[in-house]
Design a protein around this ligand. Structure first.
Ligand SMILES: Cc1cc2nc3c(=O)[nH]c(=O)nc-3n(C[C@H](O)[C@H](O)[C@H](O)COP(=O)(O)OP(=O)(O)OC[C@H]3O[C@@H](n4cnc5c(N)ncnc54)[C@H](O)[C@@H]3O)c2cc1C
Length: 425
C-alpha cells in the first residue's frame, strides 16, 4: 500500500513490478504535481494541466487500485490504515507492506496573520488562487478611481492604487525566486501592455533572509543582481516578517522595522510536517519533524513500513527536501519491493544531478550538473526548460508543455479569471 501521489510515492507506483506485488494507492490528490513548474503555471506561462500527471492512467496500467482519500490513522499491529474521504466518511484498508510518502506543508512559523492573509504556493489550487488574485488586483486598481463617480484620480486614490499594485514575495528559496521571476515577466510584459495606465504603479518586493542559499555565493549574487536590475524586484535581505495584516506587512531587517502596504503577499518561506505524521506513532528525528528511517528507507523499529520523500529522514544521512531526492527514493524503493530476495540490497544513496532556478526574463542559474559546475543566463534558461520538459512523466505532458510555451510566446499568457466571477448556474 502506497500513501500519497507525490514525487516519492508516484515513482514507486510507476516503477514497481506489479507481477510481484498487488498495489493499492491512497491519496487525497488524484495526480502528481510537477512542483518545480508550479510558479510557471501560476501566471499562465504554462497550463496547470500540463504539469499534472493524473494517477488513474498509471493505476490502470499497473493493474493497481486507487482510493481518493487521506489516511488519518495507522494500526501497526492490525496492519490496517484508516482512510477519510473528502466528505468525512471513514473506512479501513488492510496492508502487508506500507509506503508512507505524504510530503510536507507550508510553514507559517506561527507568525501572526500569515495563515489568514498570505497566499501560498504548494498545490495547483494555490496557483489558481494566486493568478485570480493578481488579476483581481489589476482590475481593482483600474476601477478604483471611478468608485466615487468622478474620473479624475485624486492623491488619495493614487496612493490606494499604488498599494493594490504592490506585490510582496516572502522567501528567497527556489520557489520564491521563480515566482518573483514569473510574476515580473508577467507584470512587465502582458501587465505593461494590457494595463498600460497602471504600469508606473507596479512594485515588487522580496523579503528574505538570503537568496538561493544552496547555490554558491557567485550564483546567489548573480540571481540578486538579475532580479534587481532586469526584473525590477526590490530585494530586502536579512529580513524577517513579524506580522501580516490584511493590507500591511511588518518586517524587521537588522534593527530597523518597516511596514509596507500591499495588494498581494505570497508566502514561500518554508515547510513543516503535517500534524497527523506525529500521530502515526513512528520513531521521529530529534526535532520531531520527520519520520526516522534506516539506510534502506525502512521506518526505524518497524518491520514492513517504509517512509520516503519530504516526510522522512535517513538516520545519520541528511538530505535536502527536494523532488530529486524524493524521486530517487521512490525509484530505489520500487526496486527493493520488486525483489524476491532482499538480501543483496544496498543502502540508498543519493546522486545529485544538479540544481537550477528560473530568474525571469529568459534567464536562469544551474549548478553542480554532471560535468558542468555552473551555467547562467539564456543558456541556463534553455537547460532549465529542456530538463523539466524531459523529466515529465508522459509524452502527453511533454506535448502539452511544448504547445503551452509556443502559445505564450506567440499570443501571450491567458488572462481569463475563472475563480469567483465564474459561478455555476
Ligand atoms: C512550488 C514548489 C516548487 C518546488 N521546486 C522544486 C525544484 O525546483 N526542485 C526540487 O527538487 N524540489 C522542488 N520542490 C520540492 C519538492 O516538490 C518536494 O521536495 C517534493 O514534492 C517531495 O515529494 P513527496 O513525495 O515527499 O511529497 P509531495 O510531492 O508533497 O506529495 C505528498 C503526497 O501525499 C499526499 N498526502 C498528503 N496527506 C496524505 C494523507 N493523509 N494520506 C495519504 N496521502 C496524503 C498528497 O496529496 C501528495 O500526493 C518544490 C516544491 C514546491 C512546493
Amino acid at each position: 500500500m502506497i500513501l500519497g501521489t507525490g514525487w516519492a510515492s508516484f515513482r514507486v507506483l510507476a516503477d514497481i513490478d506489479t507481477k510481484k506485488a498487488d498495489v493499492t494507492v491512497v491519496s487525497p490528490r488524484n495526480h502528481l504535481l510537477f512542483t518545480p513548474m508550479l510558479a510557471s503555471s501560476a501566471l499562465g506561462t504554462v497550463n496547470q494541466r500540463s504539469i499534472c500527471q493524473p494517477v488513474r492512467p498509471m493505476v490502470a496500467k499497473k493493474n493497481a487500485t486507487y482510493y481518493e482519500s487521506a489516511v488519518v490513522a495507522i494500526d501497526r499491529d492490525g496492519k490496517k490504515v484508516t482512510c477519510r474521504t473528502d466528505a468525512g466518511q471513514e473506512y479501513k484498508l488492510p496492508y502487508d507492506k506500507l509506503v508512507v510518502g505524504v510530503g510536507f506543508q507550508p510553514n507559517d512559523f506561527n507568525i501572526p496573520g500569515v495563515k489568514e492573509h498570505a497566499l501560498f504556493m504548494k498545490e495547483t489550487a494555490d496557483a489558481t488562487r494566486f493568478k485570480d488574485h493578481v488579476l483581481e488586483k489589476l482590475e481593482e486598481a483600474s476601477y478604483h478611481h471611478a468608485l466615487d463617480s468622478d474620473l479624475t484620480v485624486s492623491d488619495e486614490e493614487r496612493a490606494r492604487i499604488q498599494d493594490l499594485l504592490t506585490f510582496v514575495v516572502v522567501g528567497g528559496g527556489p520557489t520564491g525566486v521563480e515566482l518573483a521571476g514569473e510574476l515580473t515577466d508577467f507584470l512587465y510584459s502582458e501587465g505593461a501592455k494590457l494595463y498600460g495606465h497602471l504600469k508606473h504603479y507596479i512594485r515588487v518586493h522580496m523579503f528574505t533572509y538570503d537568496i538561493l542559499n544552496t547555490f554558491d555565493q557567485d550564483l546567489q549574487d548573480y540571481a540578486i543582481s538579475h532580479l534587481q536590475r532586469k526584473q525590477n524586484v526590490q530585494i530586502h535581505l536579512g529580513a524577517f516578517v513579524q506580522k501580516v495584516e490584511p493590507d500591511v506587512v511588518h518586517v524587521k531587517t537588522g534593527e530597523s522595522l518597516m511596514s509596507i502596504r500591499y495588494g498581494t503577499l505570497v508566502w514561500c518561506a518554508g515547510i513543516k510536517p503535517h500534524p497527523f505524521i506525529k500521530s502515526f506513532g513512528f520513531m521521529m528525528n530529534d526535532r520531531g519533524s520527520q519520520i526516522l528511517v534506516d539506510p534502506y528507507l525502512k521506518v526505524k523499529g518497524e518491520e514492513d513500513i517504509y517512509a520516503i520523500g519530504d516526510c522522512s529522514t535517513i538516520e545519520d544521512y541528511w538530505l535536502p527536501q527536494t523532488a530529486q531526492v524524493a524521486n530517487q527514493q521512490g525509484q530505489y524503493l520500487a526496486k527493493v519491493l520488486s525483489q524476491k530476495d532482499p538480501i543483496n540490497i544496498k543502502p540508498f544513496e543519493f546522486h545529485n544531478k544538479g540544481t537550477m532556478a528560473y530568474l525571469g526574463g529568459f534567464n536562469a542559474v544551474m549548478a553542480k550538473l554532471p560535468g558542468i559546475s555552473k551555467v547562467t543566463g539564456f543558456v541556463a534558461f534553455l537547460g532549465w526548460r529542456f530538463t523539466y520538459w524531459f523529466l515529465q512523466l508522459s509524452m502527453r505532458n511533454r506535448f502539452m508543455l511544448l504547445t503551452d510555451w509556443l502559445r505564450t510566446l506567440i499570443f501571450g499568457r491567458d488572462l481569463t479569471r475563472f475563480g469567483p466571477r465564474s459561478k455555476p448556474t
